[in-house]
Design a protein around this ligand. Structure first.
Ligand code: 6R9
Length: 664
């Protein structure tokens, strides 16, 4: 059950320091893609006209649209709906046709040190062959294909091949468990899974195909077999796997039968492009549905304007995994539709040592770099002496995404990685928004460390109080998006009602993002974290409820409550409080803790592994039986426990906080 944490009162009272500001340098401004602030006014005066212009000038349509936005049936928006385009051809063929075939699309860097550079012509060829291969496996427009892969070029090739056919992909992050993968395959009724034998992580091969096997062996809720007919396996890790004959196929064996001829067909702008599952406030992940024309318009526009992209000279690097929305929008679709050259790195930042990322930047002359605060804080801990060993002078712009960036991390990033001079764009957006919504434009905005500042041209956001009124400057409240935007989520796959309930119930036709935010005296937006039961661990969304369900699914656990507690490195960390069943009291606390951490990791995925599991005798509950997670969060973060007067048993928190203190 949900509780009362994250109230507006607690947001309004949050103090924040008066920021120093960093105006764009004259040189940066002079060369910036957007350096005339008129754009904000022009777009605000006619948002639909603004987006139509972006769609027409940035994309290639096989059939031009005449209608921009259909909002006659809110909250179900349709953008450019009578237009047709092929998303993959926008990312590939048109660049080749424009004479850019020899430009490098991807500099791939494998974790063990193997590397290859793939030009737009080569990538186009590979995607066409893959599209032919998928066609012969029965994939057609409207189908769903699950992709469970490491960060290798074939992952991007697979996504684009699926898109080329007008089918939708559902990329499942390679760190998710068999159970999570299976739930996503079932929900989307995917008939094909594309995977790899394994990928490299932290210096060893992390197996993937065995997880797919396990997922397909699980019975689903009503005991039915999965919808999967084929599993296509890319060879990467060379780890031992078993291939089920008739079902499993090696990519490298199959692909040889197909050539590089494939005529891309146009599909309607509202044709589904992908489903991406994200944690919600209840246990079941939500399948966020994105479609083609509007999504591609906004990712292309924002990738160009927020990151000031110069496709002919920039080397872009977004360190996200393609299993997250950041990878979809700012590794695959935005950069490729813009004809950018980018780095794709397979592994972790600390393999073989903490110099790896900086070495890659030096090697490829990365100019524009996009990462998450959690990574920056890890590097801060290791120390500036590591990046200082490398030549980072190619960098001209830095970006941040995934969670609020604390001013201290911002300044370190600016000083150590950005030589105290390059702009940092802090970009706020969500799986649901599809593309960047609130962020500075680096040629126009005077930057404030810790704030995402200002809505993108053509986007209108507000901060509202609980009753739906706009808050004054200097106040906090809930962030909403005022009008439909091109890359917005179209629905939750298979569950229109949940889509309505989750985002549109609270403020009518305004989109409720689930984030707290504060307006400063200049009207700039400061994000304050989630106001619901969603945690943000290393920039990844996790649901408290989902982890609680996993915990109570363990035979030893009677009750569980999970909170996201502040963590120096990961932003938030999962902290669990459990009551063991009475016959399990023989288990030592250390045993229970180790066992339950493992249990959560194997049920949901390693990212959900709790940092702490506290065995307690009672949980703090209101008289109506709601668990007061806010109080548990106070204890987990070492604060004085807040107001306990609504608790049924006011002593229980004392016992719990003593227990937490003993552990520290
Ligand atoms: C792109 C992405 C979305 C949630 C979002 C918010 C948090 C993301 C942020 C940020 C403050 C930023 N978030 N970027 N908070 N400043 N620059 O991360 O999507 O995984 O769906 O997470 O992440 O809380 O609601 P997603």
């Amino acid at each position: 059950m949900s509780d009362d944490h994250g109230t507006i009162e607690s947001l309004s009272s949050l103090a924040h320091e008066t920021p120093d500001t960093y105006p764009p340098s004259a040189e940066f401004r002079a060369q910036a893609n957007q350096n005339n602030s008129e754009i904000y006014l022009r777009a605000a005066a006619d948002p639909e006209g603004y987006w139509a212009e972006q769609a027409r000038t940035r994309l290639t349509w096989t059939k031009p649209f005449t209608e921009v936005l259909d909002w006659t049936n809110p909250p179900f928006a349709k953008w450019f709906q009578d237009g047709e385009l092929n998303v993959a051809a926008n990312c590939l063929d048109r660049h080749v046709a424009n004479g850019l075939g020899d430009r490098v699309a991807i500099h791939f860097e494998g974790e063990p040190g193997d590397s290859r550079s793939i030009t737009y012509a080569e990538l186009t060829y590979e995607v066409k062959r893959a599209a032919n291969m998928l066609t012969s496996l029965g994939v057609t427009a409207g189908d769903r294909v699950a992709i469970y892969m490491p960060m290798i070029p074939e992952t991007i090739i697979s996504m684009l091949a699926v898109a080329r056919l007008g089918a939708a992909h559902s990329v499942v992050f390679g760190g998710f468990s068999a159970e999570s993968l299976r739930a996503r395959i079932d929900d989307a009724e995917a008939e094909l899974v594309i995977t790899a034998d394994g990928g490299y992580r932290k210096g060893r091969v992390s197996p993937l195909k065995p997880v797919v096997d396990q997922a397909l062996e699980l019975d689903d809720a009503d005991g039915k077999p999965s919808t999967v007919k084929h599993v296509l396996v890319v060879q990467r890790g060379k780890n031992d796997i078993t291939m089920e004959s008739g079902r499993d196929l090696w990519w490298h064996e199959e692909i040889t039968a197909y050539d590089g001829e494939h005529q891309a067909q146009g599909f309607p702008a509202e044709n589904p492009l992908f489903i991406l599952y994200t944690s919600g406030t209840t246990g079941r992940p939500k399948g966020i549905l994105h479609t083609s024309g509007g999504y591609l318009t906004q990712v292309t526009t924002t990738h160009s304007d927020v990151f000031d992209l110069k496709p002919e000279s920039d080397v872009w690097w977004c360190t996200a995994d393609v299993g997250w929305v950041t990878g979809h929008s700012y590794i695959v679709y935005g950069p490729l539709a813009n004809g950018a050259t980018q780095v794709v790195y397979e592994g972790t930042p600390d393999t073989p040592d903490w110099g790896r990322w900086w070495e890659i930047i030096q090697k490829y002359g990365v100019t524009t770099f996009y990462t998450a605060p959690t990574a920056i804080r890890s590097f801060m801990k290791v120390g500036r002496q590591v990046p200082e060993k490398y030549d980072l002078s190619s960098i001209r712009l830095l970006g941040s995404v995934g969670e609020p960036i604390n001013p201290e991390a911002w300044r370190w990033y600016h000083e150590v990685i950005g030589a105290s001079q390059v702009p940092i764009v802090d970009t706020w957006w969500q799986t649901e928004t599809g593309a960047i919504m609130v962020a500075p434009l680096p040629g126009l905005t005077s930057l404030k460390p810790g704030s995402s500042q200002i809505a993108q041209p053509g986007i209108a956001v507000s901060v509202l109080d609980e009753s739906g009124d706009k808050v004054d400057r200097g106040q906090g409240g809930l962030l909403v998006v005022e009008r439909p935007w091109p890359a917005m989520v179209r629905t939750i796959w298979g569950d229109d009602q949940r889509f309505i309930d989750t985002y549109w119930e609270k403020f009518g036709d305004k989109y409720f993002a689930g984030d707290g935010a504060r307006l400063d005296e200049d009207g700039d937006v400061w994000f304050m974290g989630r106001v619901d039961d969603v945690m943000n661990v290393s920039g990844h969304r996790l649901s408290t409820t989902e982890i609680e369900s996993a915990l109570v699914g363990h035979h030893a656990v009677a009750e569980a409550a999970v909170v996201g507690a502040d963590d120096e490195t990961t932003g938030q960390a999962v902290v669990a409080f459990v009551i063991l069943k009475s016959q399990q009291q023989l288990l030592t606390e250390a045993e229970a803790e180790a066992e339950l951490k493992k249990h959560v990791a194997s049920h949901i995925g390693a990212i959900a592994r709790p940092r702490n599991v506290f065995v307690v005798n009672e949980l703090p509950k209101t008289r109506s039986g709601k668990i007061m997670r806010r109080l548990l969060k106070d204890a987990a973060e070492g604060r004085t426990i807040g107001d306990t007067t609504t608790l049924a048993d006011t002593m229980v928190m004392q016992t719990i906080s003593d227990r937490v203190v003993a552990e520290r």
